[in-house]
Design a protein around this ligand. Structure first.
Ligand code: HEC
Length: 332
């Protein structure tokens, strides 16, 4: 056989292999139970707002380690409706016409030896605001994972990262972009991104400006927190751009990660699947392992929205092969 022919055969063989492999690895979703979760429009309900008793009746309980979903799971749709309708002025001073109060999603998770797979489905709400804050992406879906080492992570999920002085929040500093670390922390003219208490020396809960975006701890302490697992792991699907992955600690640090999320709309239903290694070996990725319980939260930016104008979930528990949690990733 000529050399050229052998080369052609090899190409054909490897191409076939590459096409066949994902088909075998894809999970059988028909075997995986689905957890229904209601995402709701939170307005400006930051961590500072939820912790302060005079703002939020649940503040003291939250500080005593009671979790948001324990009190609010069943009423998430009602809360969202109150916020978008303007009935809760403290959380949305300028209600946005056409914004749905809530979006119910269905979440499934499974794993094999290598990967965790999470599939999220929802019906696209028909209401539209007619505004495009994100010019490109009609839809974004994010998932954050807490491994139990972050203040208010186990009780609040995403709320651990949400502050009164972030982009589009009430106490954002209009001069934040002049901070010496603005570029590194992705601080734009409209303000900073999510961060954790662990990365700041203090957090002002009561008096404006609430939060602590400019009270950064020294680099060495932040590096140590990252090493110690004090971060929220994050993955994001974008409908018109590559997916991203990363973490939240001193800021939301995301980079493009082709293949980590895939999604499409069929009819009026969106289906997004995250596929990530259980152990990536990378800083800013939690190792997902049996015997541990993780707190997860989801957020949808629909209708070309951005910043705080998303629908979010309360805190839900995820674990591998544990029927007691909200989202049980059963092995396949
Ligand atoms: C111990 C129970 C409890 C916990 C834990 C709790 N809350 Fe609340 N929350 C309440 C109560 C009580 C109210 C007032 C509701 C009312 O007046 O109808 C409230 C009100 C709210 C509201 C305004 C909605 C409304 O109807 O007034 C939001 C938003 C909210 N909570 C979010 C959260 C979030 C987010 C967390 C976790 C970070 C949380 N809560 C934790 C009990 C709790």
């Amino acid at each position: 056989m000529s050399r050229a022919k052998i080369a052609t055969l090899h190409v054909a063989f490897f191409t076939l292999g590459a096409i066949a492999a994902p088909a075998i690895a894809a999970p059988d979703w028909s075997k995986v139970p689905a957890k229904k979760i209601t995402l709701f429009f939170p307005g400006t309900a930051s961590l500072e707002w939820t912790l302060l008793g005079s703002d939020h009746s649940g503040g003291r309980a939250l500080r005593n380690k009671e979790n948001c979903a324990g009190c609010h799971d069943k009423e998430a749709a009602d809360i969202g409706q109150k916020v978008v309708s303007g009935a809760l002025k403290a959380l949305e001073a300028a209600p946005i016409k056409g914004k749905p109060g809530s979006i119910p999603i269905s979440v499934q998770a499974t794993h094999d030896k290598t990967n965790l797979y999470v599939r999220v489905q929802w019906k696209d709400p028909k209401m539209t605001t007619g505004k495009k804050i994100d010019q490109k992406n009609e839809v974004k879906l994010a998932m954050m994972v807490d491994a139990g080492k972050v203040l208010f992570g186990p009780e609040g999920g995403c709320w651990a990262t949400c502050h009164h002085d972030l982009r589009s929040m009430p106490d954002v500093d209009p001069n934040a972009a002049k901070h010496p670390k603005a570029k590194e922390l992705d601080i734009r003219s409209n303000g900073p991104t999510k961060y954790l208490r662990e990365s700041r020396t203090e957090l002002e809960l009561k008096n404006a400006p609430r939060g602590g975006w400019n009270k950064l701890k020294p680099d060495a302490e932040i590096a140590k927190a990252l090493k110690d697992g004090q971060f929220l792991d994050m993955m994001q699907f974008r409908s018109a751009a590559p997916p991203r992955k990363g973490y939240v600690l001193d800021a939301r640090r995301l980079k493009e990660a082709p293949g980590i999320a895939e999604g499409k709309r069929e009819g009026d239903t969106w289906t997004v699947t995250f596929t990530r290694k259980l152990a990536t070996g990378e800083a800013g990725d939690h190792v997902i392992e049996a015997g541990k319980t993780y707190t997860v939260g989801f957020a949808i930016h629909n209708d070309y929205s951005d910043w705080r104008y998303h629908h979010v979930s309360l805190d839900y528990k995820l674990a591998l092969d544990n029927p007691k949690v909200d989202i049980n990733a059963v092995k396949q």
